[in-house]
Design a binder for this molecule. Structure first.
Ligand code: ATP
Ligand code: MG
Length: 421
C-alpha cells in the first residue's frame, strides 16, 4: 500500500465541525467592517522577496528566519509566501494608484506563512484579518482602529483582552533615541545575549522587545523613548489617548512596546489575552507613515492592524456560541422512478430557498430515515412509487411530533418555509 501523505507541519486542515466557527467569525467580521466603511482588497499570496525585505526590515525575526522563500525555477526570480499583508496591500495601492482620488479604508483577510516552531497559537500557515487606512495622518484614524477592535471583541463575545499602547515618535526622534540606546547598550555589552549583541547596531530597538528574562532589568533601566520625543509626536499621542478616553476604551501605556516590524512610527499597540498562555497577542498594529514612500510610492501617511484568526477563535471557543442551523430537508427516495422524480423535486425545493440534502446512499427506507435524522434536517421529504404515481411528496417532520402529510411540491415548500418562519 502506498504511504499516506500528510499535511505540511504547522499547516492545519480546518475540518467542517471547526469551519462552522470560522464562518461564524467571518460573518461577524464582514458586518463589522461594513459598519466602519472598509472595503476589501485581495492580493496574491506570493510576492517578490524584495518587497518584504524592504518593508518589514532585513534585521527582523520575520525576514531573518521566518520567510518561505524560494527561487522560481522558470525564471530565477526570488519569491516569498507572504508572512503578512501590509506590504502586499501597500504594493497594490501604489501599483494601481489607489490613493489618487483620495485616502482609502481597506481590509484583507487570508492565510500568512511563517517558518516558526509550531505550537499552540503559532502555526506555519495561519490567518489574519487586517485593516489599513492609507492617506490619513490621524490621530483620529488611529483611534478609529482601536474602537473598531473593541467593538469586534464585543461582537465575538470575547471579554478577556487588554490594550497596550505606545508611541515610537517621529523618525527624527527615533534616530535620536537610537543613538542614546546604542550608547547604553554598548556600556552593558557584557550582560547582553547573542541576539541583543548582534542587533545592538543593526536594530537596537528590537533589543527592548527581547523575551530573555536575564535582560529584563537591563531593559527596565534603558533610556526612555519619551525623553527624546518631539512636541508633534507627543501631541499626536496625546490626541489619540484623549479620543480613547472619550470612547471609554481602557488601555495601559507600555514604553517597551516596539513591535517586530521595522516600518512603524508614532502609534503602536497590541491587544493581548490572559487566557491563551504564551501566545497571548491576538491583534497588533500601528502607524507606518514612511512605508508607502519606502516601497516606491508618493509619500502618504498610513496606519493599520492585523489580528490572528486562530487565536481569536480559540477565545471564541471558550464562550458559548449558537450552532449553525442544519439543513431544512433530507430527501428520502426508493426506486428508480422515484430517484428521478426526487432529484428534480430537490431542485424545485432549492428554488424556494430551502436547504436540501439528497440521499445518495441507495440504502433501505429505514437506513435513509436514520440518515435523515442524523443530518439534523427539520423534515424528511419522502418519495416512493406511490408519490411518483400521484406526482406528490410526503413530508414528515423530524424534530417535532406531527403527522406525515402528502401534497404537491409547491405546497410542501410553502409549508416548510412557513414552519421555518
Ligand atoms: P508574536 O509576537 O506572537 O510572534 P508577531 O509580532 O510576530 O506576533 P504580527 O506580525 O504583529 O505578530 O501579527 C499579528 C498577529 O498575527 C499576532 O498578534 C498574532 O495574533 C498573529 N500571528 C502572528 N504570527 C502567528 C503564527 N505564527 N501563528 C498564528 N498566529 C500568528
Ligand atoms: Mg512573530
Amino acid at each position: 500500500m502506498p504511504n499516506k501523505i500528510q499535511a505540511v507541519r504547522g499547516m492545519n486542515d480546518i475540518l467542517p465541525d471547526q469551519a462552522q466557527l470560522w464562518e461564524q467569525f467571518e460573518d461577524t467580521v464582514r458586518g463589522w467592517l461594513r459598519v466602519y466603511g472598509y472595503r476589501n482588497i485581495r492580493t496574491p499570496i506570493l510576492e517578490r522577496t524584495e518587497l518584504f525585505a524592504r518593508s518589514i526590515g532585513e534585521v527582523t525575526d520575520i525576514v531573518e528566519k521566518e520567510m518561505y522563500t524560494f527561487v522560481d525555477q522558470l525564471n530565477g526570480e526570488s519569491l516569498t509566501l507572504r508572512p503578512e499583508a501590509t506590504a502586499s496591500c501597500v504594493r497594490a495601492v501604489i501599483e494601481h494608484n489607489l490613493l489618487y482620488p483620495g485616502p482609502q479604508r481597506l481590509y484583507y483577510s487570508g492565510p500568512m506563512f511563517r517558518h516558526e516552531r509550531p505550537q499552540k497559537g503559532r502555526y506555519r500557515q495561519f490567518h489574519q484579518v487586517g485593516v489599513e487606512a492609507l492617506g490619513y495622518a490621524g490621530p483620529d484614524i488611529d483611534a478609529e482602529h482601536i474602537v473598531m477592535c473593541a467593538r469586534l471583541w464585543r461582537a465575538l463575545g470575547i471579554s478577556d483582552v487588554a490594550l497596550e499602547l505606545n508611541t515610537l515618535g517621529s523618525n527624527e526622534s527615533r534616530n535620536r533615541y537610537r543613538k542614546h540606546l546604542v550608547k547604553y547598550l554598548e556600556k552593558c555589552r557584557g550582560e547582553l545575549d547573542d541576539d541583543a549583541r548582534r542587533r545592538m547596531h543593526t536594530n537596537p530597538l528590537r533589543v527592548l522587545d527581547s523575551k530573555n528574562p536575564a535582560l529584563k532589568e537591563l531593559i527596565e533601566n534603558a533610556p526612555r523613548m519619551m525623553d527624546d520625543m518631539d512636541a508633534e509626536s507627543l501631541a499626536h499621542f496625546e490626541g489619540l489617548q484623549s479620543l480613547l478616553r472619550d470612547a471609554g476604551i481602557a488601555f495601559k501605556l507600555n514604553a517597551r512596546l516596539v513591535r517586530g516590524l521595522d516600518y512603524y512610527n508614532l502609534t503602536v499597540y497590541e491587544w493581548t489575552s490572559g487566557s491563551l498562555g504564551a501566545q497571548g497577542t491576538v491583534c497588533a498594529g500601528g502607524r507606518y507613515d514612511g512605508l508607502i514612500e519606502q516601497i516606491g510610492g508618493k509619500p502618504a501617511p498610513a496606519c493599520g492592524f492585523a489580528m490572528g484568526v486562530e487565536r481569536l477563535l480559540e477565545l471564541m471557543q471558550s464562550t458559548p456560541h449558537v450552532a449553525a442551523p442544519a439543513v431544512d430537508v433530507y430527501l428520502v427516495h426508493q426506486g428508480k422512478h422515484a430517484q428521478h422524480f426526487a432529484f428534480t423535486a430537490a431542485e424545485r425545493l432549492r428554488d424556494h430557498g430551502l436547504a436540501v440534502v439528497f440521499d445518495c446512499s441507495g440504502g433501505s427506507f429505514k437506513s435513509q430515515m436514520k440518515k435523515a435524522d442524523a443530518s439534523g434536517a427539520s423534515y424528511a421529504v419522502i418519495i416512493g412509487d406511490d408519490e411518483v404515481e400521484a406526482q406528490q411528496v410526503s413530508v414528515k417532520p423530524l424534530r417535532e411530533t406531527g403527522e406525515q402529510t402528502c401534497c404537491n411540491i409547491e405546497h410542501a415548500a410553502d409549508m416548510i418555509k412557513n414552519q421555518r418562519g
